[in-house]
Design a binder for this molecule. Structure first.
Ligand SMILES: [Zn+2]
Length: 309
């Protein structure tokens, strides 16, 4: 059996071509050629079979009136099912609990003969493993969704960020990760520095201890991938963190007001208005504690006010 990994786009386009050929009642050789091409394309993952519905579509052909097509479809589905089993066993490694293994063994994935309902992209099984340590590697996800290794790595990064602390299914997290990467790719004009910077920043925000809601909002759809990739660093911060900063700001304003009475005249500062060294100043932490202090200045000679940090 080939261990080559199939490209999801090839799988999708070939499967669509099979459906088209069947519906158009094309000669059986055409259908058989397409099935052979799918067979030679390598082994798809469970997620790929689900997202392209290839398992269902080819599974249906096992009942085709043409015996050759039925036989070829049967062989292909059998091969795919076996590959999914192998993959599942591989991912249920020593660290994975039985509950953490996704429902890859479900024979319905490849063997279902009735077509899925029209709206069906069934939500995957909720994740039951250790969500604190979820990553694309531990989830056994194939992140190779594009022809670019950079983009694929970014999809992996988004997956790791979104999966962290989430009990959403592997399929759902993967779908969002792909959509977020694609949105950033569109917004920042391809694999640019801004694109990479944005995805790294999103990953860090998703992994932030205080920012649990960010990933939840993306997964629930409250925050669209398009909006997510357009958010400023400040918007990405959690409301908890924003409240803390707001409180710090308020305290500093209060402190600065108290300090007004006792502010000192600097020997260093020169007024840009009158060039005199009669500048009174106070300092305050206006942002988070790791950012530099802001110095508020007032010229005692001409009254000019300014600030710097
Ligand atoms: Zn002055």
């Amino acid at each position: 059996m080939s261990t080559k990994m199939m490209n999801v786009r090839d799988l999708d386009s070939n499967t669509k071509a099979v459906t088209k050929a069947i519906n158009a009642k094309e000669p059986s050789e055409n259908v058989l050629t397409l099935i052979t091409r799918l067979k030679e394309g390598g082994n798809p993952t469970e997620e790929m079979l689900r997202s392209t519905k290839a398992g269902v579509i080819i599974g249906k052909l096992r009942a085709n009136e043409n015996k050759e097509i039925a036989k070829a479809a049967s062989e292909l589905v059998g091969r795919w099912r076996k590959a999914v089993e192998v993959e599942k066993r591989k991912r249920a490694g020593p660290s994975a609990t039985p509950a953490a293994a996704p429902a890859a063994s479900d024979p319905k994935i490849a063997a279902k003969t009735s077509p899925a309902p029209p709206t069906a992209r069934a939500k995957g099984e909720p994740y039951k493993g250790d969500s604190e340590n979820r990553k694309n590697k531990t989830d056994g996800v194939n992140i190779n969704r594009t022809g670019s290794s950079t983009r694929n790595a970014c999809i992996g990064l988004m997956y790791d960020g979104l999966a962290y602390r989430s009990s959403e299914s592997i399929m759902d997290v993967l779908e969002k990760a792909v959509a977020c990467e694609a949105a950033a790719y569109d917004k920042y004009g391809g694999e640019t520095q801004d694109y990479k910077k944005k995805l790294r920043s999103l990953f860090q925000n998703l992994k932030a201890k205080t920012n649990k809601e960010l990933g939840q909002n993306v997964m629930s759809g409250k925050l669209s991938p398009k909006t997510l990739v357009s958010m400023s660093p400040d918007d990405l911060k959690s409301s908890e963190l924003k409240k803390t900063e707001e409180k710090l700001m308020q305290e500093n304003i209060k402190n600065a007001q108290v300090a007004q009475e006792t502010r000192s005249i600097s020997a260093e500062l020169i007024c840009g208005g009158c060039n005199q060294r009669k500048v009174a100043y106070t300092q305050a932490q206006t942002r988070s504690a790791d950012e530099p202090m802001t110095t508020f200045c007032e010229c005692m000679n001409c009254g000019k006010r300014w600030k710097f940090s």
